[in-house]
Ligand binder design. Structure first.
Ligand code: PMT
Length: 406
């Protein structure tokens, strides 16, 4: 990739936190400036113990921001303005402490307030000792940040400042710049395209306190929304009840609860979409009657009558217009390929993404997924288990290649 054309003119906020790897941030800053980016450095108070602001302000050509106010002038540094100025925010190194603050919204320094204010994509390069890295708290915080649409640049394995060997080294500056180049370089394939995505579960009420649903977290669908928006698409995300925030970018979110609501939200919007991705785990049945009062336990067997919900994917497939691409998912426990193929044909889909409800670290709730893409011409493409953000990139790569071939 051509260095100067991709990051040229991009506004990058480089956040530096207090870890020994902060010395690498000087090289990172220099590489980004050399690539044509305008870099604004924000340091946490602890970062100044590891590298001086003078080094970074010299390399970036801008005063480094460390505090909410500049001491000698009393000037207020606006985190909101900085957040809006940024085309990307890179936090390298990101310590366990800053990662925890970002995950929980502890906005007690300029870096975390700017993070909370930005609408730009955020890249986080963790660096810490191997045991801190492997601690369930850090693992959970990184997983939360990933689920919010942030990009985690995984730490490398090697000798650490403690002289122990393991995972925790901040990724090399050249590699971080490459991640940015890849992000911005692949950015525009879906520019001008409208993508409609369903995500999460549906919830079918039985009475005021009970419901039928499934374990979908929405992570896969939200990762797809983030990926499509990052590539320039105008995304509409029809989401069942999930606890995820809307990823950054051009994304209109429509919250729904039941399959009937999701059906209405999707069918009202599908005709305008160039691509429809049906990732939601829609409840196939709902109660024929929703009780208006809490159903009382009387010791007898309770029989519920369930009626089928509309098949949203089939409705979109039936009304498919020329040039539109419809992508379904199949969540299977047995005979995956056979069942997925049958669903693709029955619902008139252009491709289907098969994943398993049995595999560990995949499917419902997991941060990772293992998928197989099946095309309408019968081509089968299996992929390795990887984070859902990367799975989303594979799926969107495939969609883009189908769009080019159609
Ligand atoms: O949300 P996560 O925790 O990240 O988990 C992701 C996921 C496992 C939910 C996702 O990867 C996935 O597999 N989604 C589809 C789940 C599903 O309901 O599969 P299905 O095989 O039952 O349905 C086939 C297709 O028809 C799907 O595209 C589904 O969205 C669609 N469908 C199903 C029923 C229905 N009434 N309307 C539909 O549109």
């Amino acid at each position: 990739m051509n260095y100067n054309s991709i990051l040229e003119g991009k506004h990058i906020v480089l956040g530096i936190t207090g870890g020994i790897a902060a010395y690498k941030s000087a090289a990172l800053c220099r590489l980004m400036v050399k690539a044509g980016a305008q870099v604004q450095v924000i340091m946490t108070p602890n970062a100044r113990e590891f590298i001086t602001p003078v080094t970074l302000s010299t390399l970036s050509g801008r005063p480094v921001i460390t505090e909410f106010f500049t001491a000698n002038t009393g000037q207020w540094n606006s985190h909101v303005d900085l957040g809006l100025w940024a085309d990307a925010m890179v936090i390298a190194p990101a310590t366990a402490s800053t990662i925890a603050k970002m995950a929980t919204g502890v906005a007690d320094n300029m870096l975390v307030t700017s993070y909370l204010s930005t609408r730009a994509p955020v890249f986080i390069a963790p660096a810490m000792d191997l045991d801190m890295m492997a601690h369930p708290t850090t693992v959970r915080n990184l997983s939360l940040l990933r689920s919010y649409g942030n990009h985690i640049i995984e730490a490398a394995t090697g000798e650490l400042a403690s002289h122990l060997t393991g995972k925790g080294r901040m990724e090399e500056p050249e590699r971080i710049v490459k991640v940015l180049e890849e992000y911005f370089g692949t950015g525009r394939e879906l520019a001008g395209k409208r993508v409609l995505i369903t995500a999460g579960p549906t919830v079918e009420k039985l009475d005021p306190v009970r419901y039928l649903s499934n374990f979908s977290s929405g992570k896969m669908g939200f990762a797809l929304a983030a990926q499509c928006a990052a590539r320039g698409a105008n995304v509409t995300l029809v989401a069942g009840p999930v606890s995820l925030s809307t990823p950054a970018g051009q994304i209109e979110r429509v919250n729904v609860t039941s399959a009937l609501e999701m059906h209405d939200a999707v069918t009202a919007r599908a005709a305008r979409a160039d691509v429809v991705i049906l990732c939601a785990a829609v409840a196939d049945y709902r109660a024929e009657q929703t009780a208006s009062s809490k159903i009382k336990r009387d010791g007898n067997v309770l029989t519920l009558t369930l009626v089928p919900n509309p098949d949203i994917a089939a409705a979109v497939g039936r009304d498919k217009r020329d040039g539109q691409l419809i992508v379904g998912f199949a969540l299977e426990t047995d005979n995956g390929l056979e069942n997925a193929r049958a669903k693709m044909v029955r619902k008139k889909l252009d491709m289907i993404v098969l994943n398993s409800a049995r595999e560990p670290n995949a499917g419902f709730q997991a941060d990772n997924n293992t998928i197989t893409i099946i095309d309408s011409d019968g081509t089968v493409t299996p992929y390795d288990n990887k984070p859902k953000t990367d799975v989303a990139a594979d799926i969107v790569d495939h969609i883009v290649s189908l769009m080019h071939n159609s």
